[in-house]
Design a protein around this ligand. Sequence first.
Ligand SMILES: Cc1ncc(COP(=O)(O)O)c(C=O)c1O
Length: 388
Amino acid sequence: MKNNNFKISEIYNTFKKAFKNKPKGHHDPIFLGNEKKYLNQCISSGYVSYVGNFVNLFEKKVSSFTKSKFAVATSSGTSALHLVLKYFNLSEKDEVLLPSLTYVATANAITYCGATPNFLDIENDSLGICPKKLQMYINKTTVKVGSHLFNKKTKRKIKALIAVHLYGFPCRIKEIRKICKKHNILLIEDAAEAFGSYFDKKHLGTFGDAGILSFNGNKPITCGSGGAILVNNKGMSKRLKHLSTHAKKNSLYDHVHDEIGYNYRMNNLSAAVGCAQIENIKKILLAKRKNFKWYQKIFKRLKYVKILKEPKFSKTNYWLITAILENKNIKNKLLKKLKPKGYGLRTTWRPLHSLKIFKHCPKDTMKNSNNFFEVAINFPSSPKINYK
Ligand SMILES: Cc1ncc(COP(=O)(O)O)c(C=O)c1O
């Protein structure tokens, strides 16, 4: 019988052998084409802020790639989320359902509006909200008043649900959408990690009332920092753009703002990088798919390391390669052994219900989220690892 220490040594030796000349970082970005050229064009033109051709061009490229009718480019995925929730007038009288296993920005955006996160468990295959458990939770904890659901205990309205596509894996978005429709709950998709991921051949972020993307430095393609909102309604896209630019009215001579707006528009420099990046999206996604196959192959021998494969109903971007280890001791010791040696291994996101800042928030039972956090780990996932 092999003990934990033996297993950790085997994993370490496998990493050492496989990563000989490969970048070990967590998710180093890859720049393959026109990034410098487009940045130089911005600088020569003097348009480096949010007025400039690249911002509009980037929006066109994002909407064409995702087949969303409209894309509104923002300064980050977080600002995109905040803007969407503001658009829907979220307030302190509202609660928003979301999975506990997500990056903190999802819940933060809810609290920026004064609303309260209401945390749900994940399911093990899709890593997203489990539709069955969601319906049971709704039955148990809410009551219908008029056309809306209200939390029985807190009396707040269940106004929206944010479906998160964790690590680029799609959640069961169609079933979740059905439940949201039935109960008159707004559906927002946090597809920050899912650019280049599909459910039934439809790009993630295009199923709900709005979807958001992130183009942060660690994402499959990057603008340095940036995000986008995906919507199918022209009026909505116009108003979101307006809100993202201080709600400034068009005027040659005057500064007129017709509501409280935000400085959330993407700038031209970021958009220039994004335009160059999206030109190579196919090559980048291919390299990331190769990462998955490569890890599968090198860890095939070790039965106590299971590399997560995309769900059947999907095609994912394999944003962060995620492995399930046999127990939490292996995970914790492995991190301690490999991190100081420069390998970009990370724990998964910590389930948000376990953070002090969200202790007061309502939540479902969290068996799967807690267990996932204990035994799952993210491996180095840059497209550079297997780009040829
Ligand atoms: C699930 C999720 N939501 C939102 C965000 C926020 O995106 P950004 O970092 O662009 O603000 C991230 C970023 O990693 C994320 O992973």
